[in-house]
Design a binder for this molecule. Structure first.
Ligand code: ADP
Ligand code: MG
Length: 439
């Protein structure tokens, strides 16, 4: 194929992929290159590993489908870093093992009264690691931008000419790696890995609750880094003192630096965020529609994004331009285009992973809280996210009868409305279940 043809076909494929999956479309798609295109295989060149990971995880299906539709043949699609550097990289330094979401940068973060302090402190820290606020502790409900800000610091810090090793991970990953290190008899390796970084960023540190041995390990990691002037950044769903079962010595350390709260965004900030998210996808949104979406969704920015996705999915399906009427139809009618078929198994997978329990435990007769609560959450989520009857749900969870399931659903619903932490946890689990990528 002549080079010219390849470029034209690739441009068509990109346009088709954007139309097939607007939610995962990004304006930097235009910087992707063709590595090779022959024998039914298309290699797409990316600027860096983070972009490869993003496309691999989110866009493989839409790109494959687009390539097949445009060429009329079966095509397999792969993503790799363009080693010729044609797909201009945004990063000069890449710490190994650092997977960041390409969208979670300071540029893409809208600042408003609800997050001004958190944002300013993250910017300050990223410019001078270890020297300003140490540790920096962000907290707020789910979906308000904690992960985004933490990753923005990492993006920024790795652009710094002095480089430095940055470690970003969720608390769950920290705990799992620690457990694996114990199992493999390699605790020393674990310790040297975490105690030698220049910046340690741990997301959702509340996951340490009730994990005594991990708390102990984290305590020593913290001290080692702190004493060497290395930067520590943490996030949680509540302030240090309100994380249940967290050791006092950790609470006090978390308060040594700066603790910044993120509140739900104001109406004006929500409008700006909707505009920003639309722009990021290369879409133009009228003020009227942005205002409508911002009025409809209040508390959670993740839901704000979900609303935008629903609107665009409906526009693509109907082959219409996005109008206020279409936006109203999409949100008022609660059309759930983005939803897929959710099975009880999806729910069980997410819940067992989160609580670190086994399916066999959920199905057993065990009634201790550490098993009973995840089991009840499975029932509650299954009742809300699937069409299964109470009997069927009970059947999947050890043959329990419908009154047990109903009792569980009521109990969790009550906890959800009475306790912000349970509310946030259920939101997060729901997000994980509903956003599990389709295979
Ligand atoms: P959290 O970690 O607090 O649960 P996330 O950081 O995952 O929340 O944010 C959820 C979504 O909302 C992400 O897609 C993020 O980009 C977006 N988001 C949150 N706050 C902002 C903001 N101020 N500006 C732009 N996007 C935001
Ligand atoms: Mg988060």
């Amino acid at each position: 194929m002549a080079a010219q043809d390849v470029e034209t076909i690739f441009a068509d494929i990109l346009n088709r992929a954007k139309a097939l999956d607007p939610a995962n479309t990004r304006h930097w798609f235009d910087r992707l290159t063709v590595l090779h295109f022959d024998g039914g295989a298309l290699g797409i060149g990316c600027p860096d590993d983070a972009t490869v990971a993003f496309l691999q995880d989110n866009c493989k299906t839409s790109f494959t489908r687009a390539a097949q539709q445009v060429t009329g043949h079966l095509v397999t699609v792969d993503f790799a870093v363009d080693s010729l550097g044609r797909a201009t990289s945004r990063y000069r330094h890449c710490a190994a093992d650092l997977k960041l979401h390409p969208d979670y940068t300071f540029d893409n973060f809208v600042v408003g009264p609800s997050n001004r302090l958190a944002h300013a402190s993250c910017v300050a820290v990223s410019q001078s690691l270890g020297d300003t606020y140490n540790p920096l502790f962000l907290y707020g409900h789910s979906g308000l931008g904690k992960t985004h800000l933490l990753q923005a610091v990492c993006h920024q810090a790795r652009e710094h000419p002095d480089g430095g090793v940055i470690q970003f991970l969720s608390c769950e990953q920290f705990v799992n790696r620690f457990i694996r290190a114990i199992e493999e008899g390699n605790v020393l390796g674990f310790q040297s890995q975490f105690r030698s970084v220049d910046m340690l960023v741990i997301d959702d540190i509340q996951f340490l609750r009730e994990r005594e041995q991990s708390q102990e390990e984290f305590f020593h990691t913290f001290n080692a880094l702190y004493n060497n002037g290395k930067q520590i950044i943490l996030s949680a769903d509540s302030p240090p003192g309100e994380i249940p079962s967290l050791e006092a010595r950790l609470i006090s350390r978390f308060n040594w630096g700066l603790v910044a709260r993120i509140d739900p965004p104001s109406y004006e900030t929500r409008i700006a965020i909707v505009q920003k998210k639309a722009h990021l996808r290369g879409l133009n949104l009228s003020d009227e529609i942005a205002e409508y979406v911002a009025r409809k969704v209040h508390a959670n920015i993740r839901e704000l994004e979900g609303a935008l996705t629903t609107i665009y999915a409906l526009a693509v399906t109907n082959g219409e331009q996005v109008s206020l009427e279409l936006a109203q139809q999409a949100l008022d009618g609660q059309i759930q285009l983005a939803t897929r078929h959710i099975s009880i198994t999806d729910i069980i997978d997410v819940v067992t992973r989160h609580f670190d329990v086994r399916l066999a435990d959920l199905q057993s007769k065990k009634r201790n809280q550490s098993i009973a609560m995840p089991r009840q959450i499975c029932m509650y989520l299954a009742r809300n996210l699937t069409k299964h009857s109470l009997e069927e749900i009970g059947g999947h969870l050890g043959g329990r009868d419908h009154t047990t399931v109903m009792y569980a659903c009521n109990k969790i619903a009550e906890a959800k409305s009475g306790d912000p932490q349970t509310n946030a946890l259920l939101d997060e689990l729901t997000r994980q279940v509903t956003q599990t990528p389709q295979v």
